[in-house]
Write a protein that binds this ligand. Structure first.
Ligand SMILES: Nc1ncnc2c1ncn2[C@@H]1O[C@H](COP(=O)(O)OP(=O)(O)O)[C@@H](O)[C@H]1O
Ligand SMILES: [Mg+2]
Length: 247
């Protein structure tokens, strides 16, 4: 099925996305390092020689204490930041070497992000929040209504479609954010501590929803957490300690 969005993707990504690197690896890093220079002239080695592989169609969790480097790593994986050294391979290409334009395209069409604090538009209903994302992605009008309803249904919010964020619980708001993230059918979803502001039961619901999206819709999801109770649900867990992956 082709539509305007697919055509645009084909055009802008024609030379960007080649064959996947391995059969099942969508994203991987090679000797990734990230240093931050701070005010007093000293350097923080936030990531040290990270080598990981993210498998397609799986839920991967990056766990670690606060300050261990989770946000730094997920931001680099999601092309929001660049490493000081090393590579990030996405779809067989080192995306750290691409132009900002190409990195923008990859982020916009191939990736999606869910954050700790739910960034919904407070004046818009759940439906309008999801639809807004599709409008930004230039989805044609005829497809938007169908896709918006489909996504809200798949996160279990068909009954809350016309509620505003203020009329929903924290867990429901995070589910709207997830519906918005999956709406443009990204290849991979990045979620940085998506459960940190939720109580344990609600947090588990959100992670189970991720698991369902992976199992049912073959999505690829990578999330960070400092909460050890989440990790049983993951297909793969990487543990970060002081910027390093440990067993
Ligand atoms: N922009 C920055 N400037 C300086 N230091 C940073 C910056 N971002 C992160 N750091 C440092 O890098 C380390 C890892 O941070 P972060 O990735 O945010 O950890 P986590 O998400 O696991 O809590 C911390 O020591 C943090 O202080
Ligand atoms: Mg963090």
């Amino acid at each position: 099925m082709t539509n305007a969005v697919d055509e645009m993707r084909a055009k802008t990504l024609f030379d960007v996305i080649k064959e996947p690197c391995g059969m099942d690896t969508i994203l991987s890093t090679e000797n990734l390092c990230r240093d931050f220079k701070i005010g007093d002239g000293s350097v923080v080695n936030a990531l040290k020689n990270i080598n990981i592989e993210i498998e397609k169609g799986k839920l991967t969790i990056l766990r670690g204490r606060s300050g261990s480097g989770k946000t730094t790593l997920i931001n680099i994986l999601g092309a929001l930041d660049k490493p000081t050294k090393g590579k990030v391979m996405f779809g067989g290409r080192d995306i750290t070497r691409l132009s900002e334009r190409a990195r923008d395209d990859i982020r916009r069409y191939k990736m999606a992000f869910v954050f700790q604090s739910v960034a919904l538009m407070s004046g818009m209903t759940a439906y309008e929040n999801v639809d807004f994302g599709l409008r930004l992605a230039k989805y044609p009008y005829e497809e938007r209504d169908k896709r918006t309803r489909e996504c809200l249904r798949s996160v279990g919010l068909e009954k809350r479609m016309f509620h505003r964020p203020g009329e929903m619980s924290g867990g429901e708001q995070q589910r709207v954010a997830i519906a918005r993230a999956i709406a443009h059918k990204p290849d991979i979803i990045f979620a940085d501590e998506p459960t940190a502001e939720l109580d344990t039961a609600t947090a588990l619901h959100v992670v189970k929803l991720f698991k369902e999206l992976v199992a049912r819709d073959e999505m690829t999801i990578i999330m960070t957490t400092h909460d050890p109770s989440m990790i049983d649900i993951a297909d793969k867990v990487y543990t970060l300690e002081d910027g390093e992956i440990v067993e």
